[in-house]
Design a protein. Sequence first.
Length: 129
Amino acid sequence: MKFEALLEVAAKSAEKAYAPYSNFKVGAALLCADGAVFTGCNIENSSYGLTVCAERTAVFSAISEERRDFIALAVVAVGEYMPYPCGACRQVLNEFCPGEFSVYVAKVDALDDYEVIRLSELLPHGFHL
């Protein structure tokens, strides 16, 4: 799968987001080595600590299907801000992905203007046990 197509899958996932508090709808698409894709969207809660990001939703979905062979992640948001993964998502990615793992970020209305960031750049000193 081309990474531009992965961004489109993430954009479709953003349409499913439940974001009544922030109105910041985010979708994610996680690519596995065999071409399988796991998607996620952010799901907010009035108790903000219970909110789950799109990235973690996609990763946890894949993990629940016994997948660990991740190649790349696309994260796309509706709105004016680039959807860089939050600290919690960076740490979850660090748990399951190598440092050279690529994260593609874009806005829904500008999928061709995406950025590519290595996980090692997003979280240079990630925590491991």
